[in-house]
Every structure is written in C-alpha cells, then in structure tokens.
Design a protein around this ligand. Structure first.
Ligand code: ZN
Length: 152
C-alpha cells in the first residue's frame, strides 16, 4: 500500500517536472530588471539568464530564459514561481531547504511546497547541478555579482 502511494507520488512529481520542463512559467526576458545574471552548468550543458526586479527586499518580478535539460528548466520555472513577490530572506531560506533536500539528504521542509517535486534528484548526483543551477545564479545575483555563474 505504502509502496503504491510512493509510486503514485513519484509519477505525479515526474508529471510536474515534465510539464514545467516543456512549458516553463516565468519564461522570457524581463525588460525592467534590476538584476540580470547568466548561469551555466557545463556538466550537462544547461544555460540560463535570470532576471529580477528587486525593490527594497522584495523580489517584485523574476523570470528566466535559456535552454537546458528538463530538470534545469523545471527547477528554474518552479523557483521563479515560488519566489515572485517574496522577500530576499525567504529566497535565501528556501534555497537552504532546497539544497538540503536534493544534496544533503535532509527531510523535505514544508516551506518548499511544490519544489518538493524535485526531491527525487538526490538519487542522481549528476543531476543535482541541473536542479541547483537557477538557485546558484539567484544567490550570486542577489549578492550583486556580475560574472556568469558556473556550477563547475
Ligand atoms: Zn541538466
């Protein structure tokens, strides 16, 4: 019974990843961005540019464009969806929990909500960089860095 439920959940998660990978939300250049930064994952070939409009400590708008594998695109799409209208501190905490989930084998924090669909990535260490590329780019951009981020 429990195995059946996990299988159902796994399929649901997979569907969300495929959906966001094929039809990313928040996709496209942001014309009035205050922050813009490129990120690369040479290991897989994922590339993205992250655009944000930050006002005070609020991420008023966040979008991305680029190309990459389904996991990198879905992760960027879900990240943008989760962070629009949120504070920089919220973004920082969410990345901490997201990284814990995919790279440190920690329990899924409830604040992750829909981002939990990427939990399965932890079973594929080579894909962790695909899933975290958008987040590393976000962190560097918030810190005011202007040099392209590389996961290598
Ligand atoms: Zn990738």
């Amino acid at each position: 019974e429990i195995i059946f439920m996990n299988e159902q959940l796994r399929e649901l998660y997979q569907e969300v990843i495929i959906d966001h990978g094929r039809h990313p939300r928040s996709f496209g250049e942001l014309s009035n961005a205050t922050h813009k930064l490129d990120g690369f994952n040479p290991l897989c070939g994922d590339k993205l540019t992250l655009f944000m409009k930050i006002n005070g400590d609020i991420i008023e708008a966040i979008q991305f464009n680029g190309a990459g594998c389904a996991i990198s695109v879905a992760s960027a799409s879900l990240m943008c969806e989760a962070l629009k209208g949120k504070t920089l501190n919220h973004a920082k905490n969410l990345f901490k929990h997201f990284h814990g989930m995919v790279a440190e084998d920690k329990d899924i924090d409830e604040s992750l909500n829909k981002l939990a669909v990427l939990a399965g990535v932890k079973e594929y260490p080579a894909r962790v960089k695909c899933a975290t590329l958008a987040w590393h780019t976000l962190t560097a951009s918030i810190e005011g860095k202007d040099e392209a981020v590389s996961t290598e």
